[in-house]
Design a protein around this ligand. Sequence first.
Ligand SMILES: NC(=O)c1ccc[n+]([C@@H]2O[C@H](COP(=O)([O-])OP(=O)(O)OC[C@H]3O[C@@H](n4cnc5c(N)ncnc54)[C@H](OP(=O)(O)O)[C@@H]3O)[C@@H](O)[C@H]2O)c1
Length: 289
Amino acid sequence: MELRGKTIAVLGGKTGLLGQALVKALTAAKAKPKPLSSKDCDIVDPGSVERVLNKIDPDVLINAAAYTQVDLAEEQEEVAFALNATAPPLLAAAAARRGIPFLHYSTDFVFSGNRTTPYTVYDNPGAFSVYGISKAEGEKNLIALGYDGTLIIRTSWLFGPDKMNFVKKIITLATERNTLKVVDDQTGSPSYTPDVAANSIKLLEKDATGIFHLANSGTATWFDLASEAVRLAGLPCTVEPIPTSGYPTPAVRPAYSVLDLTRFIQTTGETPRHWKDALKEYINQEKDS
Ligand SMILES: NC(=O)c1ccc[n+]([C@@H]2O[C@H](COP(=O)([O-])OP(=O)(O)OC[C@H]3O[C@@H](n4cnc5c(N)ncnc54)[C@H](OP(=O)(O)O)[C@@H]3O)[C@@H](O)[C@H]2O)c1
């Protein structure tokens, strides 16, 4: 589908880390994004979704809204499941009634992490955390609904402008402290939100449906990502590796959740740039602002 001139409803587009990047990328692609917050449209309320979609009359519906507080989800199971598991099929059904594409985002945290080779789109979820289980349930519900205009993009370890994220947190802490201890036994795929957004548009333009994995190329531990960010920012802070046991959190995160990008590369003919190149662009832009 050619997106130029198309009206695109972006849930999470006003305040979300990825949603805001999507709105910028869609604007750059000459589409007409309609960013929506929870105040404009509550995704757990079908009446609210219908009213907003009737008003906007979009050509594409994108769901970048979710419950994303991984640790808090352990004690807020009900709200996590309402947003991440129950809402997605309601949104897909609304898109199906209109015959428009539905793009939904999921996460590497749907995987258990009990392996050391990249997860393909054919691998089965097996999350340990409430957040991961709720996101996997959302995927399962979308597949059960069976709307063939559904595209599910699993992404991971997001960093980018306009909202607090891991890299921004590290840079802030590194300006205040001489040393930082960061977990070095969880490995994943860092992803720059402007790259994920631009590459999501490439999939929509190819009329892709089903499950795709989308991240930057390369793998890292949180320690690798933090060290590179501090180095690029030129801050005099020492980053030290620690095991997960040295930084206990309520939610169990996968020890390994690298995403295999083969399906994206084969479908679009493009390979996402390395996360280190994307991180350099992000840090330089943050320095300038
Ligand atoms: N962040 C990551 O590292 C990461 C990694 C892998 C996958 N993902 C996935 O990528 C997607 C985007 O994540 P993100 O980090 O960009 O999320 P985020 O910054 O936490 O934003 C979540 C968005 O959801 C909206 N929202 C919350 N409750 C809502 C409701 N009831 N109705 C409508 N909107 C509601 C929020 O809007 P309000 O401010 O108006 O409430 C906010 O804009 C999610 O599916 C997430 O699971 C994220």
